[in-house]
Design a protein. Structure first.
Length: 146
């Protein structure tokens, strides 16, 4: 009987040590650290594309009188006329880049052109086109969406 009492007494003693009312305790209760607020969202970390995602079908034949050149300060600009020879109104995306034909190290500039009526035409200009170092050639892509 004596051996059975010892474990019971130890359990009672240890149970008394673990409890207590934190409100009556004079020592400061542990506090949780405030969660750090995020400094950036996923959207902030993801760079927006330099060029809108191309949509539509290739329509290089719709672009006429295209001229792309650098001004005296080395800033590249392009102008041209979009002619919609189809039977429906169409929107266009014109993308221009200055650099190597393989497209490496080039940042393009894209312009969305609002509906051009069937049989109609509109003048376009793409200004301040980023250019690769020592670039001398301008490339254009025309996409039509009806």
């Amino acid at each position: 009987m004596r051996f059975r009492c010892v474990p019971m007494v130890l359990c009672l003693v240890l149970a008394g040590c673990g409890g207590g009312d934190p409100a009556k305790s004079k020592s400061a209760a542990p506090t949780k650290a405030a969660a750090a607020k995020p400094t950036a969202t996923i959207a902030d970390r993801t760079a927006a594309p330099a060029v809108a995602v191309p949509t539509g079908i290739p329509a290089p034949e719709d672009l006429t009188d295209f001229l792309c050149s650098a001004d005296a300060k080395g800033v590249w600009n392009a102008v041209g006329i979009l002619r919609n020879e189809s039977k429906k109104a169409a929107t266009y995306q014109v993308t221009v880049f200055v650099g190597l034909a393989n497209g490496k190290d080039a940042i393009a500039r894209a312009q969305q052109v609002q509906p051009v009526m069937a049989g109609g035409a509109t003048k376009i200009s793409v200004i301040k086109i980023p250019a690769a170092k020592d670039a001398t050639q301008c490339y254009v892509q025309v996409l039509r969406k009806q």
